[in-house]
Design a protein around this ligand. Structure first.
Ligand code: NAD
Length: 345
């Protein structure tokens, strides 16, 4: 029987997770929540996802029909129909929501805007699927941390020791965000080190890592500039490291100069050509000509589509909590094949 999945918060991440869930043969969407009858409800209606209100206020539920949308009820009613909820509310609402999920006896997947301490457990498919098997609640790490995990975990598995420094060059806002910036400045995060690198240690504590972060006026991607120190006698070469990433799911390695993919603008244009909805790029993009191992120190750049790299991880996290697939590679293969079939790719 298909796992019944609720989506609480149908915004940037929520609408994407809902589509990815609907693409899976072993999962079904039992409903998605909105805070009111806004244009975002239209997408849920078109996809045939039952609409619920984010809380239980009867007056607010009724307001949906006044706005022309059928609302199936409040959050409690949605939770009663679900096995697992994916919380895609704006960050820092997790504590209040977790209480509701526990009361309803529903498992929960949170997003990276929540602190690790909320659940005491975080998730990244290649890093710690096993540790999440059968758990009641977890947190899929942020888009940046997911990117770090995709390329650093396979490297750590090869050499068993890594000391990493990275600078996160972050997009200022998502394309649909109003009121975030900067629009004409480069803004350093004056909390040093930034939380991004150390957050990787919530899923892979063996990797020693620190980070700095700056926000820049772009909406389409983050870029990471990374140095990773390998242990002496590692036996790796630039080429063998590239080969490791070529074999890693959800990582794309391409030559920037040769393929005319020298910037995030061109990488996102390629993503739009791939044909996923919203022009999404689930994979982490590594510039092959930006990779260089010099002695024990590896240098590389990677780009992250912040709105979509965590989407397939949410699907794997659901399987981990529900205990239906213990092998992370099998889950990843299944998730990605179903998403590809859904988009006719
Ligand atoms: P968003 O603002 O685009 O969407 C949040 C949605 O939740 C909105 O539709 C909002 O109306 C709704 N909402 C408001 N109050 C709610 C409540 N009480 N209960 C349920 N829903 C409520 O935000 P987002 O970008 O989708 O971010 C969601 C989470 O995902 C955050 O934790 C964020 O940090 C994380 N995340 C975001 C990105 C990104 O780049 N956008 C990437 C990775 C992780």
């Amino acid at each position: 029987m298909a796992m019944k999945v609720a989506i609480n918060g149908f915004g940037t991440i929520g609408k994407r997770v809902a589509d990815a869930v609907a693409a899976q043969a072993d999962m079904e969407i039992v409903g998605v929540t909105k805070t009111g009858p806004s244009f975002g409800c239209e997408l849920a209606v078109r996809r045939g996802f039952p609409l619920y209100y984010t809380s239980d206020d009867a007056g607010r539920v009724a307001a949906f029909s006044e706005g022309g949308y059928e609302c199936a009820g409040g959050l409690s009613e949605l939770l009663a129909a679900a096995d697992v909820v994916v919380d895609c509310s704006p960050g820092k609402m997790g504590a209040e929501n977790l209480t509701k999920y526990r009361k309803a006896g529903v498992k929960a997947v949170f997003q990276g805007g929540e602190p690790h301490a909320l659940t005491g457990l975080s998730y990244s498919s290649s890093a710690n699927h096993d540790a999440n098997l059968g758990a009641d609640a977890t947190r899929v790490v942020s888009c940046n941390t997911t990117g770090l995990s995709r390329t650093l975990v396979p490297l750590w598995e090869t050499c068993r020791s890594l000391a990493v420094e990275c600078t996160m060059i972050r997009r200022a806002a998502d394309p649909g965000d109003l009121g975030k910036g900067p629009i004409n400045a480069i803004k350093p995060v004056l909390n040093v080190p930034s939380h991004h690198g150390p957050d990787l240690m919530t899923v892979k504590p063996e990797i020693r890592i620190n980070s700095l972060a700056v926000a820049v006026p772009t909406t389409i991607m983050h870029v990471h500039a990374i140095t990773a120190d390998q242990p002496a006698g590692h036996g790796l070469t630039t080429e063998s490291i590239i080969e490791i990433w070529r074999r890693q799911p959800r990582v794309i390695v391409m030559k920037g100069a040769e393929n005319r993919l020298t910037s995030t603008a061109e990488v996102m244009e390629m993503a739009r050509d791939i044909g996923r909805k919203w022009g999404d790029l689930h994979e982490i993009f590594v510039w092959e000509d930006g990779v260089s191992l010099q002695g024990d120190r590896l240098y590389y750049f990677q780009a992250i589509h912040q709105e979509s790299d965590v989407i397939p991880e949410n699907i794997d996290a659901i399987r981990a909590l529900m205990g239906t697939e213990s092998d992370w590679r099998a889950s990843v293969a299944r998730t990605d094949a179903a998403i590809s079939a859904y988009y006719n790719l």
